[in-house]
Write a protein of this length. Structure first.
Length: 84
C-alpha cells in the first residue's frame, strides 16, 4: 500500500448540505477527494484529446487516403468493422 501525503484545505460549502452530510455521518473529506479525483481525471482526458486532436485528424486522413492496413483481418459480428 502506498502512503500518500495529505494536505489541509478550506472549502466553502452550502450549510444545509454540510449539515445533512454530518447528520448522515458522511465523510465529507472522502467525498470531496473522490469528486476532485474524478474531475481531475476528466479534465486531463479532455486536455489530452485536445492536445492530440491534430494527430488524430492526420491519422484519420491517412486512413481515408490509404485504407486501414489491417482492414482485411478486422471483423466484427455480422461482418467487416472497417469500410474503405
Amino acid at each position: 500500500m502506498v502512503s500518500r501525503t495529505k494536505r489541509k484545505t478550506s472549502l466553502t460549502l452550502d450549510a444545509e448540505v454540510l449539515d445533512g452530510a454530518k447528520a448522515l455521518k458522511i465523510n465529507v473529506s472522502a467525498v470531496a477527494e473522490a469528486a476532485l479525483k474524478s474531475a481531475v481525471a476528466s479534465a486531463r482526458q479532455v486536455q489530452w484529446l485536445e492536445q492530440n486532436a491534430e494527430s488524430f485528424a492526420a491519422q484519420a486522413a491517412w486512413h481515408e487516403r490509404n485504407g486501414h492496413p489491417l482492414a482485411d483481418i478486422m471483423v466484427a459480428p455480422g461482418g467487416s468493422s472497417w469500410s474503405t
